[in-house]
Design a protein around this ligand. Structure first.
Ligand code: GNR
Ligand code: NI
Length: 189
């Protein structure tokens, strides 16, 4: 297994709409294993394939974050939200692709999600609490949506600007700033 590089703002790739996984072959199994290792190493509670640069509808989650409990890695392929509760909940979200930013986001408090597991078997899960937040956050990634999209225009612009500036600074200083180097801010994120 390999820890893969997580891409961060303002990488335009984060806005890609990911393609369905057509067949669960060795490449997909390796990708899933690498994503779990990358997520645990970060550490994070979820990771979408696009965050490691792969535009496929695959994500991993493990919201068990206590030392006492055993890990509960889940690999979720081609997820579809079947139902969202009318009831909403607010959670302070972060994203490994938007480091050092955390903002309160309101979403449906419960969701029902259909997906395929690593054996290609159809599964359904009803989630609440942190798992519901995480699944919605990750499924958004598959559609090129980031949690900052739910903030006010001004707040979102300030966050994007911070990352555009730091990428430009990194470029000036001759550092690797990912696939967004030299791109204009309006074309980023
Ligand atoms: O590790 C993560 N923590 C988190 C906290 C609150 C709401 C969502 C998340 S997901 C995030 C990892 C990530 O960026 N997944 O896409
Ligand atoms: Ni994220």
């Amino acid at each position: 297994m390999t820890i893969r590089k997580i891409i961060t703002l303002p990488a335009r790739k984060l806005r890609a709409v990911s393609e369905p996984v057509a067949a669960i072959d060795e490449d997909i199994k390796t990708l899933a294993a690498d994503m779990l290792e990358t997520m645990y190493a970060a550490p994070g509670i979820g990771l979408a394939a696009i965050q490691v640069g792969v535009a496929k509808r695959l994500l991993v989650v493990d919201v068990v974050r206590s030392e006492e409990e055993p890990p509960n890695p889940m690999v979720i392929i081609n997820p579809e939200i079947l139902w969202k509760s009318d009831e909403k909940a607010v959670y302070k979200e972060g994203c490994l692709s938007i480091p050092e930013v955390a903002e309160e986001i309101e979403r449906p408090s419960k969701v029902r999600v259909k997906y395929q597991d690593l054996d290609g078997k159809e599964q359904e899960i009803e989630a609440d609490g942190l798992l519901a937040v995480c699944l919605q956050h990750e499924i958004d990634h598959l559609n090129g949506v980031l949690f900052i999209d739910y903030l006010s225009k001004l707040k979102k612009a300030m966050i994007i600007n911070k990352f555009v500036k730091s990428a430009k600074r990194a470029k000036r200083e001759g550092k690797d700033s990912g696939d967004s180097a030299g791109k204009e801010p309006e074309r980023s994120a």
